[in-house]
Write a protein that binds this ligand. Sequence first.
Ligand code: HEM
Length: 376
Amino acid sequence: MLDAHGVRISRRTLLPGLIRLLASREEQSVSPAMTHVQAPHAKDRAVAIWLLVCCALVFAMVVLGGVTRLTGSGLSMVDWRPMMGILPPLTDIEWQQTFEQYRLTPEFEKVNSRMDVGDFKGIFWLEYLHRLLGRLIGVVFLVPFVLFAIKGTIQRREWPKYLLMFALGGLQGLLGWYMVKSGLVNDPHVSQYRLTAHLVAAFLIYAYMLWVALSLLYPASANNRHPWFGKTLMLTGMISLTIISGGFVAGLKAGKIYNTFPMMGDHWLPPGLMALKPLWRNLFDNATTVQLDHRLLAITTFALIIVYWIRARRADFSARSTGATNALLHTGILQVALGIATLVLSVPTVLAASHQAVAMLLFTVALMLTHSLRSS
Ligand code: HEM
């Protein structure tokens, strides 16, 4: 990254740079003549840090969403009130009323009919926190954006980017409710299509914010894209495809069957892979096929990461790209180990949630690597 004078800044100097940035703001506040003088790179850094905070919150939101699903808490709130639903039930009467609403749902009738109001509180709070965090992200995004826009830190021609991020965040809330609704009908299971769409949308918003933040931190000054950019982008695409297939495994609870590795029970290709008609439905609706797909995609992706890492050692990479390549390998190893452990132990919550979190970490590292190879 280059500073305003064209001097290269390493990551080690980023933190001291941040401190200098904050200090220079204090100086500006005591020196009115300087308040309007702000180096462009300092403004960009402030915006980037804000976006990275939003990314961290989206990351937490994805993990919390996973824990909500894994603990069977996701269908405990039967309505969606974006503005009025901020407060949870506070009195015993309100709890009783909320529980009465839940008692009418198919999930209560078919799965949790022995639950009393005390047990209900246990599943309610995770879904409640998930939604509360969603609102918090909205505020943490919108308020600084408005301030940045008023102060001119973000120029008018850049506004559409940020408005798009905000709109996508709002749509994500809607999509989340659309997903929950699919589980409030006779069959109390959320649709795997909607669950995966909700997961993928979260990854997309996250990727967009992260990319914009990185572009602010590492502005491109020349058109010198690295020759490895294309293949790195394809590797990121492969990781994304594995993540999408993981969403279907989670949505169909396909991790609860064939809890052996590398074989599926006594088979490499278990029976019933093509049981559904038309055949394409097996890729999305048949738990056996969906699990096999995820295994195949994951192992192929992992093999590609290893080959990439070996070959990249002879490529002309910057220190930033080399660091990201090493991180990709290590995160890939961790992710595969977590995936196998999650499977053979029949999806314990802690491991499954970690597997989801590390999927996002792997995706992050892949994006950072891809970004480091674009024009610098
Ligand atoms: C590159 C490697 C991998 C990636 C990127 C990946 C990604 C994912 C993702 C995103 C999910 C969905 C999590 C959720 O929505 O809660 C998932 C679920 C799952 N994955 Fe993987 N995975 C990988 C490797 C593996 C491997 C090697 C196995 C085992 C052979 C595995 C087994 C599972 C299982 C059992 C689930 C379902 C867990 C649940 O129900 O929450 N994964 N994976």
